[in-house]
Design a protein around this ligand. Structure first.
Ligand code: ZN
Length: 476
């Protein structure tokens, strides 16, 4: 759709400006929709997001979690029934006002008050464990600065897994299953997430624990990117979600809920992209390979015919391939446009290549060209696609390593954070110490306990010995 003229993209070092330009130039999002915190998904963005969603659909369903769709309207009575949840979300709630002027419903900010009043009935119908998910839009009135795909008022492509179990142990195993699935989604996106256990005073309203994934964005800010909430029996007691045990006694279920969505794509854009635009992992690229014919008038027919033959060969091998036959723009401009869209591989073919029975293959991640024999192209591309995925992942690992530094004093840690870094510090786990390493006004936060085990260190605040480590940074 968008006709791209060279040099429209600011350098990535100017991160938010770069990010917003990429959304526009790569046809991902149109932010001109006249309601703050919302946007229109453009064709390339929808294709990208669907490729990510298809993967989570596959992983959830392989694990036996079934897809459902629950209405957007949530009964206000059911929402208010859970006091902690209601207090936590009250200032973010949109109401649905009826033509009569009554407001009996809210728009779903999360799925709990919509689904849980039905859980007891479903357990009677289908038994335990109950394991379902939905992918929907959710609505939260955000007072903080909105950023497309990162903090929206309409949160699109949002999945929520909700499960109910007979025992605490079973629910804890379920949380681990969700973590394994989430790690697989991230692997697919070539991004290694940072995973933490949240302290009990920092969890989802009403929950008893949480495991959260984070990514560090190029400006050094942390982005919360997916959570597994351990609800214990807090919600089942409120919504009376029960089953009869073997002795005929009523028991409350143990619950887990897990959610994330378009922030996966935000991380892909932010972490893999460069000064030339998007750089996509082949797993989710709507176009994995673009063929650009290089031709003059007299060679046009022959080159086009060969390019079409090649396209068919690649398509049959299962590669998502397109060919750019536009005549009104130069090959150089075509290169530029497909680079902004992050297409992992470009094949250039002209009379020289045809004569030598070879192809010029350009890889978007390293910006390098190789000459490949035509009859070995499929094998070569298959290897190249997984190599690109691995290269991108390594690059992100290196970026994270360069951002995270260890500190022993709060002053030095904050100094590093203000410079756009992420400080790794020891922390005993107690709330008063936690509050000392957060600066809410400057959006500096600690993120909970890293899952990695560490040697004993002293808490950066109270000097008590601890193995807990956390990251402190500005946060989106
Ligand atoms: Zn402490």
């Amino acid at each position: 759709m968008t006709e791209i003229k060279p040099r429209e993209l600011p350098p990535k070092s100017n991160f938010i400006k770069w990010y917003n330009s990429v959304l526009k130039l790569a046809d991902i999002a149109d932010k001109r929709y006249p309601i703050k915190g919302t946007f229109v998904w453009l064709p390339y963005g929808v294709k990208l997001m669907r490729n990510i969603k298809e993967h989570w659909d596959k992983l959830f369903q392989e694990s036996g979690i079934s897809e459902i769709l629950v209405p957007l309207f949530v009964s206000r009575k059911n929402a208010e029934a859970n006091k902690k949840w209601y207090e936590g979300f009250q200032k973010n709630l949109y109401s649905a006002v009826l033509p009569t002027g009554k407001s009996q419903f809210i728009l779903r900010p999360t799925g709990e008050p919509a689904m849980y009043p039905l859980f007891s009935l479903w357990i009677k119908d289908y038994g335990l464990p109950l394991r379902v998910y939905e992918t929907v839009s959710s609505y939260r009135y955000e007072s903080r600065t909105t950023h497309t795909l990162i903090r929206d008022r309409e949160i699109t492509f949002w999945y929520e897994i909700h499960t109910a179990h007979k025992t605490k142990k079973e629910s804890e195993e379920e949380a681990q299953t969700h973590l394994e699935i989430i790690r697989k989604i991230w692997k697919y996106l070539s991004i290694p997430p940072i995973v933490v256990n949240k302290p009990p005073y920092e969890v989802f309203p009403g929950a008893v624990g949480a495991i959260e994934a984070y990514t560090i964005l190029p400006d050094g800010r942390l982005l919360e990117n997916g959570s597994i909430n351990i609800l214990g029996q807090a919600y089942s007691r409120i919504y009376d979600i029960t089953y009869m045990d073997e002795e005929g006694k009523k028991q409350y279920v143990w619950q887990i809920c897990t959610g994330n969505g378009a922030r996966y794509l935000a991380a892909v854009i932010a972490l893999h992209g460069d000064d030339r635009g998007l750089c996509l992992p082949p797993t989710i690229a709507p176009v994995q390979c673009i063929i650009v014919p290089i031709m003059q008038k007299k060679s046009k027919q022959e080159v086009e015919a060969e390019c079409l033959k090649l396209k068919e060969k690649l398509r049959e091998a299962g590669i998502r391939v397109e060919i750019d036959l536009r005549e009104n723009i130069t090959p150089g401009e075509k290169f530029y446009q497909w680079e902004i869209k992050g297409v992992p591989v470009r094949i250039e073919m002209g009379p020289r290549e045809i004569q030598k029975k070879c192809l010029t293959v350009f890889r978007r991640d390293l910006l390098t060209r190789e000459t490949v024999e035509s009859d070995k192209i499929i094998e070569y591309l298959n290897g190249l696609m997984s190599d690109i995925g691995a290269t991108l992942e390594n690059r992100v690992k290196k970026l994270f390593d360069s951002k995270v530094k260890d500190f022993d004093t709060i002053e030095d840690a904050f100094k590093w954070v203000r410079k756009g870094g992420v400080a790794k510090v020891s922390w005993c786990g107690e709330q008063p110490c936690y509050e000392r390493i957060c600066e809410t006004e400057q959006a500096i936060e600690a993120i909970g306990t890293l899952l990695e085990t560490e040697k004993k260190h002293e808490c950066i605040v109270c000097k008590k010995e601890t193995t807990n480590r956390t990251l402190v940074s500005k946060i989106y």
